[in-house]
Design a protein around this ligand. Structure first.
Ligand SMILES: C[S@@+](CC[C@H](N)C(=O)[O-])C[C@H]1O[C@@H](n2cnc3c(N)ncnc32)[C@H](O)[C@@H]1O
Length: 290
């Protein structure tokens, strides 16, 4: 339905005439060769991400409360960058994104506010193999500040990056520090959204036109209500000339937080009439022309 005959013929030709003699046909913004599309079974193309166990290879550590599984930056980097391009992570934590950058041959710069966390990220990233000899940098800084954007710009080849990853605190669900600049210390969701918007404003100019921003975020409960932080942060990004390309749902069954409290949560859910969080969002946006 809605596909013309000629489009279908094109698609069939595209899909089935696979042969090694044809020159590579790169997918947009990546090294994926569309002439070999069947050989990329590990690349996710569905919106439901059931990732299973956390990838604990390389020097990845699960010790940081609130880090994401390496499969998230891995998938995003492979889909939306080419080897030798550059990734920015605006909320670096322990450096998961930069470890994946080294593994996949992309340059990377990460910003982390909390000095001790940034220092540990440097140690981890330093220990990771660097088979492609890429450059990775950790900045201890506030992602909202123009001076941070200026520092990043100096580090980027021609002042631009090809992928921007944002995994901010989920409002105050996990407190990352006592620092007032820490987005997990905002006094209300409104303030959190305003300050998150400042980060997007600040880092957006560093992203090349038409390239992708990936937002990893979850919702939370407060005062007996489901607070859709994912959709509210999505709106903040969309206000700033980005096109929404996908909302993926990632299963968080295996996250550690509530593992020992399953029964308590189940009781509360039945008692208070809600469903227990088992997912978070990975949202993909493409920067507009501005
Ligand atoms: C959800 S964690 C990111 C975890 C990361 N993806 C990882 O795998 O380790 C959010 C991080 O943002 C940092 N952060 C909070 N406010 C910040 C700000 N204004 N600028 C930069 N980093 C900030 C926190 O210290 C925390 O480490």
């Amino acid at each position: 339905m809605g596909t013309s005959h000629s489009q279908e013929t094109d698609l069939c030709t595209d899909l089935d005439s696979g042969s090694d003699v044809r020159p590579p046909k790169p997918a947009p913004f990546s090294d994926i060769d569309l002439n070999q599309w069947r050989s990329y079974s590990e690349i996710i193309t569905d919106s439901l991400w059931l990732l299973g166990a956390r990838d604990s290879s390389s020097v990845h550590s699960a010790e940081y409360w609130g880090n994401f599984v390496p499969q998230i930056p891995h998938q995003a980097i492979r889909r939306f960058t080419k080897q030798g391009e550059t990734v920015i992570d605006g909320f670096l934590g322990l450096g998961t994104t930069l470890i994946e950058c080294k593994r996949l041959g992309r340059h990377g710069v990460g910003v982390e506010l909390v000095r001790e966390v940034a220092e540990r990220a440097k140690d981890f990233v330093c220990q990771a193999d660097n088979p492609y000899k890429v450059i990775t940098e950790v900045l201890t800084a506030d992602s909202r500040e123009p001076s941070t954007a200026e520092q990043l710009k100096q580090l980027l080849p021609d002042g631009k990056a090809e992928l921007l990853i944002l995994h901010p605190p989920y409002h105050d669900i996990i407190k990352f520090s006592e620092l007032t600049q820490d987005l997990s210390n905002m006094s209300s969701e409104e303030e959190f959204l305003r300050e998150f918007g400042r980060v997007v404003d600040n880092l957006r100019p560093l992203l090349r036109k038409n390239r992708y921003l990936v937002l990893v975020i979850g919702d939370y409960y407060s005062a007996g209500k489901w607070c859709p932080l994912g959709f509210h942060t999505m709106e903040e990004v969309l206000k700033r000339d980005f096109r929404l390309k996908s909302i993926c749902i990632k299963d968080i069954q295996s996250n550690r937080g509530k593992r020992n409290q399953e029964n308590l949560w189940r009781y509360r859910a039945l008692r208070h009439g809600f469903y227990i969080f088992k997912h978070e969002y990975i949202m993909f946006f493409q920067k507009g022309d501005r």
